[in-house]
Design a protein around this ligand. Structure first.
Ligand code: HEC
Length: 188
């Protein structure tokens, strides 16, 4: 179930990679849009690499896991925020103009995924030679007093550092989807 949902999310992300038809002139605005789209594609590739290792579709390799987690970390948080200056929003980019009206929400999402990718990268630094049980979704739940409770409204969020790597990946993918559903549009 979980694997299927994740595959669907990654599938949807890959479809989004079909390049938008860009204006013939190469303005500074186009360069900003192209750079952030390239950055998003790097994040998608990194997330796919890590998901593949947890799903058994790709051989686990500690160094590749570390590199992918670092690729995500480097593009989230403040870097992500800086990639969306007001003048670069709207068609032909897929970034909605509404990002400007909802800056606090957009930036909160970027910082949230930043905290999760920081935690994942820190864990990947210590990644063992083989996938361990502690890295798996569900590990540490009992210890954490049930981190899923943290999702209830009003309850505080679990400390990302205490979550297993696979759980972090799952939450990271949720943030990708949350932001896209609010702030990304289809452009012809
Ligand atoms: C805070 C908001 C936000 C988060 C978080 C976010 N994205 Fe995006 N993403 C966007 C927006 C907005 C666009 C449209 C950018 C454009 O076309 O200028 C986009 C575009 C994309 C694209 C299409 C790029 C292209 O070639 O046009 C991919 C792929 C993508 N994101 C993957 C991801 C992945 C994977 C994650 C999570 C690891 C993620 N994004 C997290 C906002 C976000």
């Amino acid at each position: 179930m979980r694997t299927m949902r994740r595959t669907a999310i990654i599938g949807a992300l890959s479809l989004a990679c079909v390049p938008a038809v860009l204006a013939a002139t190469h303005s500074g605005r186009d360069a900003i849009v192209e750079a952030r789209q390239a950055s998003m594609k790097e994040m998608a590739a990194a997330a796919k690499t890590i998901a593949g290792m947890f799903d058994g579709k790709r051989a686990y390799d500690a160094a590749a896991f570390k590199a992918a987690a670092e690729a995500l970390r480097a593009r989230a948080g403040p870097t992500l925020i800086a990639e969306f200056p007001g003048a670069s929003l709207g068609a032909p980019s897929s970034a909605k103009l509404e990002i400007n009206q909802a800056r606090p929400e957009f930036e909160a999402l970027a910082r949230h995924i930043g905290r999760l990718t920081d935690a994942l990268a820190a864990k990947a630094e210590q990644a063992p030679a083989h996938i361990s049980d502690e890295m798996r979704m569900g590990a540490g739940l009992a210890m954490d007093g049930g981190s899923l409770l943290g999702k209830r409204r009003g309850a505080s969020e679990p400390d990302p550092a205490k979550l297993p790597a696979e759980h972090l990946l799952h939450l990271i993918l949720q943030d990708c989807s949350s932001c896209h559903s609010k702030f990304r549009q289809k452009v012809e």
